[in-house]
Design a protein. Structure first.
Ligand SMILES: Cc1cc2nc3c(=O)[nH]c(=O)nc-3n(C[C@H](O)[C@H](O)[C@H](O)COP(=O)(O)OP(=O)(O)OC[C@H]3O[C@@H](n4cnc5c(N)ncnc54)[C@H](O)[C@@H]3O)c2cc1C
Length: 487
């Protein structure tokens, strides 16, 4: 089933407890901080019903129409269909949003792969996975990711600090398990449910297995309270900050104050192996859309920088072209990793088609770690005017407007209003507090850099280079450890 935007909005009016800037949010669908991003998500739902888009955003299986975004990938076409669907959405909304469901669904596909590991411990838990996977497809659920706990003082073992620093089970009942703790989650205020699992490291031995818990939590479950960071949307003029006002994806500290997870929503509990397996495979699919979004960020940087260079005529200079080419190399590096990871995709343990893991994770490092340097180049190409240009009101009001029109008009092609719009766009992309926030999002929201490198280390097959060098350097077979030494 595919929902409409209206279905989605109605689903959010469920009495959920959301706080922002010290006030309780009555309705996320109308609150100025959330309305723009709720509208984007609702637009995605509505697009799936429109004849112009429906065939490319949905598919029909067993007489049911479902979203292409959630379809578990089994063949290359599933991935290219998803790429096309993302492209339609990004072009329609005119910007980039990341955590809108198609990214986090990858964690659910990882669960499909992990169901046998979960079944080893308790077959009920594997059945729960099957049911929830079906529920997400059948009801077009907007799903998010709950991994990161506040953690507290990590020089102390979890049992020596406030236990709520990491989500843990406090009680078992006939109905389910009761948890306490908190998680940081993007989009929690306007999503339907979260897949909760432990932060790495909290459950590495059996004595801490109260922490080895994973399952589905509804964002309106009793005891779930969200305290959101301040928003970028709704506090400035959209003419001056066009991206912040349309695409802010608000994060929350989601608190679990004795929240019951019914047994039918539990995926693992007191099962450290399952917890470790799920954490290790979490980004197997979801890294793909995460990195893919950076392609659009790169395009926005190239577009903003190129238009700025064109309007001033600086694109004729070789040194300016070189900087633009650096941006292109960044963009095409992302493109190449994504394309190759699909072309050389691998069968997953659950029979799905997962992007080539080594190429995907290396692409994530390329995309995330080079972003600050690329923003620097794009900012340099836009010039200092992105930070000195006055706001729209100054351009439009009597007294200042005529002077700004005079000094911001270049020629017949480039009039002051277009220059103002371009500079405002570039400022919000590269220089605003929203731009800084998005940079941090890219660096952290799918784990920090050391973790991205760890994924590369684990996914790369070192045997090729080892063998190559062993033969090229003429090393003996003894170095492999497979041949017993003569002594
Ligand atoms: C904008 C934003 C959105 C987010 N959205 C979500 C979300 O939707 N869901 C979710 O679950 N989480 C989310 N997060 C949280 C994110 O996953 C964490 O920030 C990330 O995992 C790092 O955890 P931390 O912030 O506690 O940093 P820390 O663990 O304190 O790490 C800080 C730094 O310390 C160093 N470090 C720490 N441990 C090690 C180590 N073992 N080896 C080497 N270096 C180390 C690294 O330099 C690391 O970057 C979001 C974060 C941000 C900033």
């Amino acid at each position: 089933m595919i929902r409409t935007g209206q279905d989605y909005r109605q689903g959010l009016q469920d009495g959920r407890e959301i706080w922002m800037d010290g006030e309780r949010v009555k309705d996320v669908t109308t609150h100025p901080a959330f309305k723009p991003i709720v509208d984007v998500r609702a637009r995605m739902y509505d697009m799936a019903h429109e004849p112009a888009y429906q065939d490319r955003l949905t598919y029909v299986e067993e007489n049911k129409r479902n979203t292409i975004f959630y379809k578990p990938p089994r063949e290359t076409k599933d991935w290219t269909d998803k790429l096309e669907a993302v492209d339609l959405v990004m072009k329609d909304i005119g910007g980039v949003v990341t955590r809108v469901g198609d990214e986090t669904i990858g964690e659910v596909w990882s669960l499909i792969d992990g169901r046998d590991v979960l079944a080893e411990f308790d077959p009920r838990f594997a059945d729960n996975v099957d049911r929830h996977v079906q529920n997400i497809f059948d009801n077009d659920i907007f799903h998010i990711s709950a991994n990161t706990d506040p953690k507290g003082d990590r020089s102390l073992p979890p049992q020596e600090q406030d236990p709520d620093m990491m989500v843990h089970v406090v009680k078992e009942t006939d109905a389910g398990i009761v948890i306490r703790g908190a998680k940081y989650e993007t989009a929690a205020a306007y999503a339907d449910q979260a897949f909760l699992k432990p932060t790495v490291g909290a459950w590495t031995n059996e004595t801490l297995s109260d922490y080895a818990v994973g399952g589905i939590i509804s964002m309106s479950a009793p005891g779930v309270k969200q305290i959101c960071r301040s928003s970028f949307a709704g506090r400035t003029n959209p003419q001056d900050y066009p991206l912040a006002n349309k695409f802010d994806e608000v994060e929350s500290l989601v608190i679990f104050d004795n929240v019951l997870i019914p047994w039918e929503n539990v995926f693992f509990y007191r099962h450290t192996k399952a917890a470790q397996y799920i954490r290790a495979t979490l980004h197997r699919y979801s890294a793909f859309p995460y990195v893919h979004r950076l392609l659009y960020v790169a395009d926005m940087m190239i577009g903003a920088a190129m238009w700025n260079a064109k309007q001033t005529g600086l694109d004729k200079l070789q040194s300016v072209r070189e900087k633009l080419a650096d941006l292109v190399c960044y963009r095409e590096g992302i493109n190449a990793h994504l394309t190759a990871s699909i072309a050389l995709a691998e069968k997953s343990p659950g029979g799905l088609l997962m992007p080539n893991q080594s190429l995907l994770y290396a692409g994530r490092v390329h995309g995330c770690s080079n972003l600050p340097a690329m923003m620097h180049i794009a900012r340099e190409l836009c010039g200092g005017q992105i930070c000195v240009t006055p706001n729209a009101a100054a351009f439009h009001n009597a007294g200042s407007g005529d002077w700004l029109k005079k000094f911001y008009t270049l020629n017949k092609q480039w009039e002051a209003e277009d220059r103002r719009k371009l500079l405002a766009f570039a400022r919000d992309l590269l220089n605003s507090d929203y731009a800084g926030h998005r940079l941090t999002f890219v660096q952290f929201a799918q784990a920090p850099h050391f973790n991205h490198l760890n994924a590369v280390y684990n996914a790369f097959d070192f045997s090729g280079p080892l063998d190559f060098v062993r033969k090229a350097a003429g090393l003996s077979d003894k170095v492999t450890g497979k041949v017993a030494s003569a002594n």
